[in-house]
Design a protein around this ligand. Sequence first.
Ligand code: COA
Length: 300
Amino acid sequence: MMARVAADYFLRPMVAADVAGVERLTDEAFLDLDVRTRRPGRPAPSGRDRAAAAAWRDRAAHVLEGDPRGCWVAEDGSGLLGAVLSMRRDLTWLVATYAVRPPVQGRGVGRQLLGAALEHGSGSLRAMVAASDDPVAARRYRLAGFTLHPTMLLRGVVARAALPVVERVRDGSAGDLDLMDSVDRQVRGAAHGADHELLLRSLRLVVTDRPTGSGYAYVAPGGGPYLLAATSRRTAADLLWECLAASSPDTPVEVRHVSAANEWAVDVAMACRLEVWTEGYLGLRGMKPPTPYLHCGFFL
Ligand SMILES: CC(C)(COP(=O)(O)OP(=O)(O)OC[C@H]1O[C@@H](n2cnc3c(N)ncnc32)[C@H](O)[C@@H]1OP(=O)(O)O)[C@@H](O)C(=O)NCCC(=O)NCCS
């Protein structure tokens, strides 16, 4: 199953032994991108620390195990050049990550990789990707039929005096898996399924389950939301406040991947004096931007 794509490199399906190498090459590519696109006021790019790299490898191995046909690498005699990881959840195709090593970008490797992954998505009604600020990625995704919705990054030290008392949110557990899948289907058209089991092992989960609205959020390390979904804006705002309250009083927190459809999150950010920046795109096919919903970069 090896496809020759040029004189000096090959595409092949990714295997478990590639996970560590793919972690390193994606870290290299995204660090290079962060340096190229860094804007005033943003922290210096640093790449993943050991804990983040280990968490990334766990997530990549999970996607590969469930969707081996959605995961491809490019390599030549020197080693891995690039990779794409994608998965199907219900009738939605999702791109988890996509990168080519900086020294070989612009040689057509990325086009070949995305083309191979697109086969895995054929037959899906919908598709989602959290696209970076890289104009080359935007070109590749648009040419693959994605509509690019610009997204915001809300960032800063939370004004503690603005934090409301949130009474409707409780800590979640594996007992909430059905609730979360049901909210996911309602809001983004596809459940996360086994992704929730993986996320539950590494992140704190908070849940609201009331007649007036249900939802959940995973709290990012250091506070802020990693992934948030709800059936009403009021519930979503409660969950976001809970995630923001988990930040430390003097360290900036980030709320990423906010599409214009999620103005409720911008209003929360205004109330606690976070800054609004633009960062990347939500690339969608066959669907509108989900709301109330704050996707995560990897599992969407
Ligand atoms: C996005 C990425 C995976 C693409 O891989 P690649 O091997 O560099 O891409 P390709 O060489 O196949 O394609 C590059 C395309 O961009 C075009 N291009 C080059 N420079 C460009 C620029 N500054 N602006 C817009 N397009 C540009 C090329 O002409 C080519 O288009 P074409 O094939 O239609 O002629 C790779 O650049 C990368 O790793 N970027 C950093 C990480 C990232 O942002 N990943 C996406 C995460 S969502």
